[in-house]
Design a protein around this ligand. Structure first.
Ligand code: DC
Length: 238
């Protein structure tokens, strides 16, 4: 076990493209297992928001890197819901827009941003009994020694349809074609970048969710994870 993973922390890594059901799955696992939940995408979104407020774009690498020491990002749970704090301000609603999805994808390609966020993500999981982290590079870079890696996939149309429903539930009108284009663009951006691109870790279990409901997805992954935890405990106890 590397020193990146605390001796007592069981790290569950959930990776996959936008709209593959990572958040619902990761939250449900964390809840069922009593583990902490770390939404690493929220951290990149918060950095993107900070840069936008300072008038800095991801194209200006030097300016983004220079901002990083000022940026304080924290994830907190309050009354059962997650809040993303940016320098103490709850920015949860501000970071969930389609504009911030794109901005986060762009800014997350910068290696200085990745280094700072990966460090934060490892610290967020450290010291817990167990943690569920969702993102793009959890199984490949953040916790490559995780004994339990899940890689979610679903076709782009299905993911766009899910995103449309989510937005409509929040009272936001959404056009399917626009969402699909944005999802495909983000897939390309997140997979083609030089640093920590989105990809399945060799030892991750790939779960295809195009034709499953979110309830089926969660229950299937939960039983898979429970088996892994059991095997891991037997292995480490032996
Ligand atoms: O999971 P999300 O949609 O909130 O993530 C927003 C963007 O942040 C995503 O398009 C790419 C980036 N990201 C990343 O590069 N690495 C992660 N571990 C999580 C998110």
């Amino acid at each position: 076990m590397s020193n990146m993973q605390e001796a007592h922390s069981f790290i569950i890594a959930i990776d996959g493209p936008a709209g593959s059901g990572k958040t619902t799955t990761a939250k449900a696992l964390a809840y069922a297992l009593g583990y902490i939940y770390v939404d690493t995408g929220a951290m990149y979104r918060a950095v993107a928001l900070y840069a936008q407020r300072r008038g800095v774009t991801a194209r200006d690498t030097g300016a983004v890197c220079a901002l990083l020491p000022e940026i304080d990002v924290r994830l907190e749970r309050k009354d059962g819901t997650q809040r993303t704090l940016l320098c103490g301000e709850d920015v949860e609603t501000h970071i969930r827009t389609q504009e911030m999805s794109k901005a986060a994808s762009d800014i997350s390609a910068l290696s200085c941003v990745r280094e700072a966020m990966v460090d934060l993500q490892r610290k967020a999981a450290a010291g817990s009994d167990g943690a569920v982290l969702e993102g793009r590079d959890i199984g490949t870079v953040v916790f490559p020694d995780s004994p339990c890696k899940i890689y979610l996939v679903a076709d782009a149309e299905t993911r766009a349809q899910r995103r449309k429903l989510q937005l409509e539930e929040q009272g936001i009108a959404a056009d399917f074609g626009t969402i699909l284009r944005e999802i495909e663009e983000r897939d390309r951006n997140d997979s083609a970048r030089e640093h920590s691109p989105l990809r399945k870790a060799d030892d991750a279990i790939e779960v295809e969710t195009t034709n499953t409901t979110i309830e089926e997805q969660v229950s299937m992954i939960l039983s898979l994870v429970m088996k892994r935890i059991d095997q891991y405990r037997k292995g480490t106890a032996a």
